[in-house]
Design a protein around this ligand. Structure first.
Ligand SMILES: Cc1cc2nc3c(=O)[nH]c(=O)nc-3n(C[C@H](O)[C@H](O)[C@H](O)COP(=O)(O)OP(=O)(O)OC[C@H]3O[C@@H](n4cnc5c(N)ncnc54)[C@H](O)[C@@H]3O)c2cc1C
Length: 347
């Protein structure tokens, strides 16, 4: 079934709670409706553009989107046992990611528990390669079924074709912008216990006898509750910036600069990646620039986690958010010589 709407307010459809608007909305709830929904969106949009929206938890809208938003609301999932304790689950793109995670954990299956509490849909997670506490959604994705709006055909993209990386996937290749509508995502989860507990506060669960995916989920939810804003209370889009990854030469220059500022380099959190490049937490950089808990106009930086920009008054506009983004990027660049890049998608 395909539903269309005109001139809608987007506040309920973006977790930053921006009072943006869009000219047209096309929603469909079955994979086989994708060709007609896509053709309809194209006929309505003219030159005004088409974008795809899942749960709107990683999108910053401008004041008004003139084109068509396509919302794949495909629900439900099917599970097939693969043997050896493995299970393949084919999930509709519109399923709320955390509903899936809760059900998978309750079934005693491992693989998604660290992703507990991430807002948004399964389709959005497959595009953004959502991740938390040492696990990325892409790791468990086996294949993704899409409607290809350029070639006008259904495709199944295998794990290798999905090109997953840190908040990255084939859907992020510039030439693929808006090209694929994710319809269904096949994931593999397992009865065999392989908890990933390397992340600080989760370490305390290591070695605990009888540990279940639900135990890990509950711990993750507790950690998230203590650090992150609740989407029903404070508008945000999660981590606003990506953690910058610098070359070893850039890291050396950064260390010199930091030492010159009187900061003990041992106190700077960083992760050395394969190939010698270094990931520096953007939260640390923003915090050191004094932004934690500060506001600029109606926008602000979350007081418990400086990577999260918030709709501080509830009345922030996209201009407020962008002004804050610009101010933070400029400060971090000037102080540390590092360019922050947004993780959020701007429409
Ligand atoms: C409080 C809070 C905490 C968060 N914590 C985390 C976290 O721990 N880790 C993390 O990775 N993220 C986190 N996020 C960000 C966000 O929840 C994830 O990126 C999520 O996976 C986005 O899913 P969505 O359905 O909301 O996607 P949307 O925001 O709707 O869209 C994101 C992108 O995916 C595209 N897209 C969405 N659905 C489809 C589809 N079916 N087909 C094709 N393209 C599609 C959109 O066009 C857009 O480019 C958090 C957000 C909030 C508000």
């Amino acid at each position: 079934m395909i539903h269309t709407r005109e001139k809608i307010g987007l506040r309920p459809y973006n977790t930053m709670r921006l009072n943006s608007r869009c000219a047209n909305w096309v929603e469909f709830d079955a994979p086989e409706d994708a060709p007609a929904a896509s053709a309809l969106a194209e006929s309505i949009s003219g030159e005004n553009g088409i974008a795809i929206i899942g749960g709107g938890s990683n999108i910053i809208f401008g004041e008004a989107y003139p084109g068509v938003l396509i919302h794949p609301a495909i629900m439900g999932w099917d599970a097939v046992a693969l043997g050896g304790g493995e299970m393949e689950v084919v999930v509709g793109a519109g399923v709320v990611l955390d509903d899936l995670v809760a059900n998978i954990c309750a079934a005693g299956l491992w693989g998604l528990e660290n992703l507990s509490g991430i807002p948004g849909t399964v389709g959005g997670a497959a595009v953004q390669c959502a991740g938390a506490y040492g696990v990325e959604f892409g790791e468990c994705v086996k294949y993704v079924k899409v409607w290809d709006r350029v070639e006008n055909k259904f495709l199944t993209l295998s794990h290798d074709e999905l090109d997953y990386g840190y908040r990255y996937s084939v859907f992020k290749h510039p030439e693929n912008s808006g090209r694929y509508i994710v319809l269904q995502v096949a994931i593999t989860v397992s009865k065999n216990s392989e908890p990933k507990l390397e992340y600080g506060p989760l370490k305390k669960l290591a070695g605990k006898s009888g540990l279940t995916p639900v135990d890990v989920r509950n711990e993750v939810l507790e950690i998230r509750d203590s650090k992150l804003p609740r989407t029903d209370e404070t508008g945000s889009a999660g981590s606003y910036f990506k953690n910058p990854v610098v070359s070893s030469t850039e890291w050396d220059a950064f260390c010199e600069r930091v030492k010159g500022m009187g900061i003990d380099i041992e106190s700077v959190p960083h992760f050395i990646l394969n190939g010698g490049s270094v990931k520096i937490p953007a939260a640390w950089l923003i915090d050191k620039c004094g932004w934690k808990g500060r506001t600029l106009g109606n926008a602000g930086v979350w007081h418990k986690q400086p990577l999260i920009l918030i709709n501080a008054t509830g009345n922030a506009t996209s201009d407020d958010i962008l002004a804050l983004e610009k101010a933070i990027v400029a400060d971090v660049q000037q102080r540390f010589g590092i360019g922050l890049k947004p993780e959020v998608v701007r429409l």
